[in-house]
Design a binder for this molecule. Structure first.
Ligand code: ATP
Ligand code: MG
Length: 473
């Protein structure tokens, strides 16, 4: 199972805690070390001063033998220091005194401080008792004022109370650090949650948005800088969604509206015909009229489906090298009969040009333009189809004489279901989708469609296939 990523709140709180623990540990370690250094320094100083004191007591004694008899002055020197171990040996190695039994035997005296020099901190050495750590100092002392017998002094000390306390202090410190870290984690969590509040308000807003409330926008101005970019991107996405949904619902409404007219006609005509017995001819006329409406419906549905496929990118371009002259000639041949019927002259100027395009779609775009042109050309008029190479690429032009297009209609004629001339809506081939399809086809080809027209003037539609189409050709 895939692990869910940690929440940002938890992540930040944990990071916060980790930083706090590290900082506490560093400070704790520093405090502990300085304290320990100071305390061992004092312990060593004490060892040095004790040894100096013992030397003085030895000097005051009449003879080394006196030691075994009366060790009281030495015991006084050690008073209150049960952790000290004192050993005195004669020059020949004979033991003179051992104050207390150490947990591990003291080593033989070595590097002893000579009598003519006072002991210093540098003379203190490490000693390892059975438990913990220890320090020791070796020195030679003289018994009697006149510098008689030499005595080896060994003073050792197992870990002092001070250092034991320090160990406990370390344990306390660790406990405090753990507690502090826990507190820091908790506070971190609370702080991060507070900091995340704007984010949660964004989520709540986003939650409330649905298709019927797509006009809601996140207020970006009072949001923190970090969220502003997200908010802007989110709002831009909502703009696009709203636009898309609006177009989609408009599309559906238009489609329903446009299907209603032919369906109503079919219904009414059929009901009228059925209201009383009819002769064969009447039925035939009805079926012929119905067939025209069916055709119109089929045409509309087919075009709508085509546009839907283009919208959903479900339509793959099948570009191939086309001999443009031959393609235009083929279209011309197909439309010639229709032009004759309409009493319109159809002229085609098919130059030798190669175009890299989808043959079916090209034919469809040009046919849509031609059928519009023929419909809007009065009897005796002319429709022209031509192609040429320009700076922009290859340009196809369909032009016709006729009523032209009013300035207020020009910006809209490429919209779906837009018809500039409502009087013609009853025609079997007028759904207002033809030019929308032309534009979609040109967009698929990375090209453009343009129109030039004015009331009463020649209308020209331009299909411009850009450089890519030329380069690939
Ligand atoms: N050559 C033209 N001369 C004058 N008006 C035109 C011309 N071509 C198009 N129009 C206007 O533009 C409108 C939109 O054209 P479009 O081809 O999209 O729809 P349509 O021809 O009405 O229906 P469809 O092509 O779906 O059967 C037309 O209704 C018409 O009013
Ligand atoms: Mg049309």
């Amino acid at each position: 199972m895939k692990r869910r990523p940690l929440s940002i709140t938890l992540r930040l709180a944990l990071l916060f805690a980790a930083v706090a623990v590290l900082a506490f540990l560093a400070v704790g370690a520093y405090l502990y070390q300085t304290l320990e250094r100071q305390m061992s320094h004092r312990d060593d100083l004490e060892l040095v001063s004790k040894v100096t004191q013992i030397r003085r007591i030895l000097a005051a004694l009449p003879s080394a033998r006196a030691l075994s008899g009366d060790a009281q002055p030495l015991a006084d020197a050690m008073f209150g220091h049960s952790d000290f171990v004192l050993r005195l040996t004669a020059a020949d190695g004979a033991p003179l005194l051992q104050s207390a039994a150490p947990s591990r035997p003291l080593p033989a005296p070595a590097n002893a401080v000579p009598t003519q020099r006072a002991p210093t901190l540098a003379d203190v050495r490490d000693w390892t008792p059975a438990l913990g750590s220890g320090r020791m100092l070796n020195a030679v002392g003289l018994v009697g004022h006149d510098g008689g017998e030499a005595v080896q002094i060994t003073l050792a000390r197992e870990q002092s109370d001070r250092l034991k306390i320090l160990r406990r202090y370390a344990a306390d410190l660790l406990f405090a650090i753990s507690f502090g870290a826990a507190l820091a984690t908790l506070l971190g969590f609370v702080i991060v949650r507070l900091g995340m509040r704007p984010l949660r308000s964004v989520v709540a807003k986003a939650d409330a948005i649905n298709t019927s409330r797509l006009n809601t926008r996140l207020s970006v101005d009072d949001a923190p800088v970090e969220l502003r970019e997200l908010g802007n991107a989110f709002n831009a996405m909502l703009d696009r969604l709203e636009d898309g949904v609006q177009r989609l619902s408009g599309f559906a409404a238009d489609l329903a509206h446009d299907m209603r007219t032919p369906l109503n006609t079919l219904m009414v005509e059929t009901q009228v015909a059925l209201s009383r017995p009819r002769c064969i001819e009447e039925y035939q006329a009805l079926l012929a009229s119905n067939s025209e409406e069916y055709e119109r419906l089929a045409h509309m549905i087919e075009n709508t489906l085509f546009l839907a496929r283009v919208d959903n990118a479900g339509l793959a371009l099948q570009r191939e090298r086309l001999d443009l002259g031959a393609e235009l000639q083929r279209i011309h041949d197909y439309f010639e009969v229709l032009a004759d019927e309409a009493g319109v002259t159809l002229r085609v100027d098919a130059p030798v040009l190669t175009l890299h395009a989808d043959a079916m779609l090209l034919q469809r775009a040009v046919s849509n333009l031609l059928s519009n042109a023929m419909r809007h050309t009065p009897r005796g008029g002319a429709v022209e189809l031509s192609a040429r190479r320009t700076g922009e690429g290859i340009e196809l032009v369909v032009s016709n004489e006729g009523s032209g297009i009013a300035a207020q209609d020009l910006p809209h004629i490429f919209e779906r279901y837009y018809r500039a001339d409502p009087a013609r809506t009853t025609s079997a081939h007028s759904a207002g989708l033809g030019l929308a399809i032309v534009r979609a086809i040109m967009v698929l080809h990375d090209g453009q469609v343009r129109v030039e027209s004015a009331p009463g003037a020649t209308t020209r539609f331009f299909l411009i296939f850009g450089d890519t189409a030329q380069r690939l050709a």
